[in-house]
Structures are given as C-alpha cells and as structure tokens.
Design a protein around this ligand. Structure first.
Ligand SMILES: C[S@@+](CC[C@H](N)C(=O)[O-])C[C@H]1O[C@@H](n2cnc3c(N)ncnc32)[C@H](O)[C@@H]1O
Length: 223
C-alpha cells in the first residue's frame, strides 16, 4: 500500500501511552503492557487502523495488540484509536515491528486467543512468497504463541492468495472452520452464527467492496 509520509507520525507515536516503542521488552509478558489482564488478540498489518479501533471499542473485555511497520500507517492508526476509544485506552496497544520476525517479540508466555490478518500483500513473485503473512514460515511462528483452539481470521480480495493460504493453513495442521469466497453475499443470507457475524470492515475491505470485488474470508483453527 502506498501512503504519503506523515511528518507528524513519529512524534505523536512517541507521545502516545498506548504505542509500545520497545516491543522486545514485552516478550513473554505482553499482558503487563495493558491496564488489566484479559484474553488477548492480535491484528497483523493494521494499516490505517479502523479495524483495531472498532474492535477494541466493541470488546472492552479483551486486550488487542496491532502491529505494522510503517510510521505513517501507525500514526493514522494512533489517531483512529484516540477518536474511537479515547486518549488512554486500557485494552489496545500498538507497536512497530516487522511481522516476518514476530518471534522476537511474542513467545510462548504470550498466549493469544486469535489473530486477524486482513488484505496482506499477496507477494506474487516466487522469490517473495516467503514474505506472505500466511506463509508456512509465518504460521510456524504464530503457532508458538497462538493457543490450541485459537484462530487465524484471514480476509483478502486476492483469489490466488486466498487459495494458497488455505493450502498453507492445512500444511501447518490448522483446521479450516470457515471458508467463504464471497463474504458480503454470504452475510446477506447468513448474518449470524459464524465467525464473521460481527464483521468489521478494514479500509482495504471497504475500498474493494465498493469496487464490486468479492471478499474472501477464512477461519483457521490451531489444533
Ligand atoms: C495492504 S495493507 C492492508 C491494511 C489493512 N489491514 C487493511 O485491510 O486495510 C498491508 C499492511 O500490512 C503492513 N505490513 C506488510 N508487511 C508487513 C510486515 N512484514 N510487518 C509489519 N507490517 C507489515 C503494511 O505496512 C500495510 O499497512
């Protein structure tokens, strides 16, 4: 995703109490970063932050950590969280880190209930596949902190990434508990009783949906 630099982002992030600028310090002790211990969820590649801001507001009984790499994105997410959840939210934290090295910052001592991955880069060229956030190299890392029975909820507009990600999940022994190639058509007929019943649209999702593109959605469960 291309985004213009936001010269204000670095300073604002530094000043926000919910931005964790040294994520390695929280390895195996992420619960200490929040105002209370609660079941914890991750969003990987949060982009401009609509999803994390709304889910944190909707579910104050859970803790949420959102990770991205780009300051401009993180700056927008920081502002979105403040608008939606207030200046000092207790249940949401934000950090900057390269998710391909996520094992540096989260370990077995950080049990995670669920991971959200939305519209991650498809990395179509063979030599870049390893950078996909659903690649087995990533899933192996997620399995160290994702609890047994924990989920990965994945949405994409990209048919190839959708297909190959399901293969990756199976290769890493995840069970596919939900699989839908057109989420919005499905939601019209089946609004409740499935993992995406409280679907919160991300920025990319809104854009692709308005362009008439199908949104593919999968839930994979760690066995
Ligand atoms: C295509 S955007 C999608 C953003 C958002 N999830 C959405 O659906 O609107 C992908 C996001 O993932 C972030 N990202 C990609 N690779 C990453 C990595 N290895 N580590 C951290 N963030 C990454 C990008 O900076 C970008 O914000």
């Amino acid at each position: 995703m291309h985004i213009r630099p936001k010269p204000w982002a670095k300073q604002e992030l530094k000043e926000a109490r919910f931005f964790m600028d040294e994520p390695k310090l929280y390895y195996n002790r992420w619960q200490e970063a929040f105002d209370a211990t609660r079941p914890m969820y991750l969003e990987l590649g949060c982009g401009k932050g609509s999803f994390i801001a709304w889910i944190a507001r909707q579910f104050p009984q859970y803790n949420f950590l959102a990770i991205d790499l780009i300051d401009a994105m993180l700056g927008l997410t920081k502002r979105k969280i403040e608008e939606t959840c207030g200046k000092h939210p207790g249940n949401v934290r934000l950090t900057a880190y390269d998710i391909t090295r996520i094992s540096d910052i989260l370990g077995e001592g950080d049990p995670i209930e669920g991971i959200y991955i939305h519209f991650c880069n498809p990395w179509p060229k063979t030599r870049t596949w390893k950078k996909r956030l659903t690649h087995p190299r990533q899933l192996v890392q997620y399995k160290t902190f994702l609890k047994p029975g924990g989920f990965i909820r994945f949405k994409t507009d990209n048919p190839d990434l959708y297909a190959v990600s399901k293969k990756y999940f199976r290769e890493e022994s995840f069970a596919l508990s939900f699989d839908c190639d057109d989420l919005y058509r499905f939601l019209e007929d089946t609004p409740t009783g499935h993992p995406f019943e409280h679907n919160i649209a991300t920025e990319h999702e809104t854009m692709f949906h308005h362009q008439g593109m199908a949104i593919h959605a999968v839930e994979a469960i760690k066995q």
